[in-house]
Design a protein around this ligand. Sequence first.
Ligand code: HEM
Length: 153
Amino acid sequence: MTTAVPLDAPRSPRSTAPRNRGVNLEKWGWIYMRVSGVLLIVLIFGHLFVNLMVGEGIHALDFAFVAGKFASPFWQWWDVLMLWLALIHGANGMRTIVNDYVTTPKVRRVLVWALGLSAAFLILLGTLVVFTFDPCLGVTEDSVLWATCQAAA
Ligand code: HEM
C-alpha cells in the first residue's frame, strides 16, 4: 500500500514535500515546454513563410530548392534547431501524457524508453542528413544535375 504525499498549495514558493529535494527535473521539463514552444513559433512559421510564400512560393519547391537551402549554414542551423526543439518537445510532451494515463509501471517505463530512443534516433539521423547532404552524390551523366555538379566539382 502507498501512503499519499501531501501536496503544497499551488502558489507555495517552494515545495516542502520530503522527496522534492535537489534538481527538480519535472519543473525544468515544464519550463522547457514553454520556452521551446515560443522558439518553435518563430522557427516553424519562419520556415513555412520562406518555403510557401516568398517568391514563387509553393511552386518553387523541388529538389533544387531543398539543395539550395541545405547549402547555406544559416538554413542548416535553422532546420537543425527546429528538429531538435520539436523532437524533444514532442517526446517530452508524450512522456507527460504517458505518465498521466498509463497506470502500469512496467508499460509506462517501456513507453517512455521507446519515446526517448525514437527521439534520439530521429535527432541523430536528421542532424546527419542536414550536415552531410550532398546533392551531387550518385549523380550520373543522364541526370539533369550532371552539368551543375561537374561545374561545382
Ligand atoms: C508552434 C509550435 C508549438 C507551440 C507554441 C507549442 C506549445 C506547447 C506548450 C506551451 C505545451 C505545454 C502545455 C502544458 O504544459 O499544459 C505543449 C505541450 C505539448 N506539445 Fe507543443 N507546441 C508546439 C509545437 C509542437 C510540436 C511540433 C509537437 C510535436 C512534435 C508538439 C507536441 C506537444 C505535446 C505532445 C505536448 C504535451 C501535451 C500535454 O501535456 O497534454 N508541440 N506545447
